[in-house]
Design a protein around this ligand. Structure first.
Ligand SMILES: Cc1cc2nc3c(=O)[nH]c(=O)nc-3n(C[C@H](O)[C@H](O)[C@H](O)COP(=O)(O)OP(=O)(O)OC[C@H]3O[C@@H](n4cnc5c(N)ncnc54)[C@H](O)[C@@H]3O)c2cc1C
Length: 400
């Protein structure tokens, strides 16, 4: 599957930061993590540091899947508003999912500091603006529900938004908790730290077949080698959805573009992530090298949907929308790119076991804000391995 167009910004900005050997021998280990994107980097870090003999396998270069295309806005607010999620799964479970998102941002902040990762991580606020007067009323309900449950939010009128951010828009919710990161660099640095501490990583390793046995899992590679492990953990991103008979998510194509450096609204926008309630939506954030990154314009995924023509059209649309919000902005596009992601009905991920795959655990960080789910996977995987329960495992299970 083509996960992204070739010229994703983070890959161009950073280049291939580190290459690993492909697997050329038989290995016995406790856990094989399939996938070296941000999810695989986080999960393998947790397992290796918890004392499991862990290896990481990827068929591509490290972190070269969706993690190299992501716009990496770290938000506790997922694709489904809290009010809608409460209708779908109940008010308290929905609040728990949202609060888990806040904890994820705190965990990432601590991890970046403790592991000394250079990855442009910045704590930011998150501003969601209504795209119309009607949407404003719905957003106000969302605000009230969040206030009821103690979320750190403020209602900003359009006049206040204009004063603080020089942005023309309807009213919105300002949340205290948010962040942005270079997820590609983060994944590379974290994997490298653990590799130096003895965790084997193999890139360009193609898996031909997997035997899910009663006592173990045997992974066969195309070069004729085997990995024999107690558990396999799939952190293999959106492509993993093709493993299942049931359709668990819809694929969406999404588009992004980034300005040249030294954008003129940098000072007003540097501490905030902005997104709107429109469908398709638009979102924006600054980068640590003083650009404005804009994304959105999602459409149903179709093969061949990442052509230059479509990308350019979508980038032009995104820039036009930005100019509606900031009429004096000097947005000159430097790069545009596109990628796919999987959307579930409730906006929640799939984390847990699946009845068709013995001794396997899945951490599928689906959705437009998947990264906070990857972080939640760290604690949840340890609990699954220890046979412990967690309410989130109920909300994220496959048969929900
Ligand atoms: C344009 C775009 C913008 C986005 N913006 C945001 C955002 O602002 N905030 C946010 O939180 N999320 C965002 N997302 C989603 C986010 O990118 C993903 O949630 C995240 O990158 C998923 O990471 P991952 O490690 O699970 O998957 P990936 O990064 O895709 O990693 C999976 C890895 O598994 C490997 N793999 C797959 N199958 C196999 C196999 N059979 N054998 C071996 N290896 C295999 C792949 O090669 C890949 O390297 C965005 C996504 C896109 C495309």
């Amino acid at each position: 599957m083509k996960l992204r167009s070739p010229e994703s910004f983070w890959l161009l900005k950073n280049g291939i930061l580190k290459s690993y050997p492909s697997l050329k021998e038989n290995i016995v280990c406790d856990i094989a993590v399939i996938g070296s994107g941000i999810t695989g980097a986080l999960i393998s870090h947790t397992l290796h540091n918890a004392g499991y003999k862990t290896i990481v396998i990827d068929k591509r270069d490290v972190a070269a899947g969706s993690t190299s295309a992501t716009t990496s806005m770290l938000q506790y607010e997922i694709d489904t508003p809290l009010t809608d999620l409460a209708d779908m799964i109940g008010e308290m479970p929905a609040v728990e999912c949202y609060k888990a998102g806040i904890r994820s941002i705190e965990i990432l902040d601590k991890l970046v500091k403790s592991e000394k990762l250079k990855c442009g991580f910045e704590l930011k606020k998150s501003l969601q603006v209504a795209h119309s007067k009607k949407a404003e009323a719905k957003l106000k309900e969302e605000f009230e529900l969040r206030v009821k449950h103690g979320f750190n939010v403020e209602w900003l009128t359009s006049r206040e938004i204009r004063k603080r951010y020089k942005m023309i828009s309807f009213a919105g919710i300002l949340s205290e908790e948010g962040a942005s990161i270079d997820a590609f660099q983060f994944a590379h640095e974290l994997l490298d730290n653990n590799h130096r501490k003895g965790m084997p990583v193999f890139d360009h390793t193609i898996i031909k077949k997997i035997d899910y046995n009663k006592e173990n899992v045997v992974i066969h590679t195309d070069l004729g080698n085997m990995v024999i492990c107690r558990k396999v953990i799939f952190c293999s991103g959106f492509e993993t959805l093709y493993m299942f008979r049931k359709k668990y998510a819809e694929f969406v194509s999404t588009f992004a573009c980034v300005s040249e450096q030294h954008i003129n609204h940098y000072n007003e926008l540097k501490d905030v992530l902005i997104w709107d309630t429109d469908n398709p939506y638009i979102y924006m954030r600054t980068t640590d090298d003083k650009r404005l990154l804009v994304g959105g314009e999602d459409v149903k995924f179709k093969y061949g949907g990442f052509t230059e023509k479509i990308k350019d059209e979508k980038a032009n649309k995104l820039i036009r929308k930005i100019k509606n919000h900031f009429p004096n902005i000097n947005f000159t596009e430097d790069y545009n790119w596109s990628g796919a992601f999987g959307l579930t009905k409730d906006g929640l991920p799939y984390i847990g076991k699946h009845p068709d795959f013995r001794n396997a655990i899945f951490v599928l960080a689906l959705g437009g804000n998947g990264i906070t789910f990857s972080v939640q996977g760290m604690e949840l995987v340890l609990k699954i391995l220890a046979g412990e329960a967690d309410p989130l495992l109920q909300y994220y299970r496959f048969d929900r």
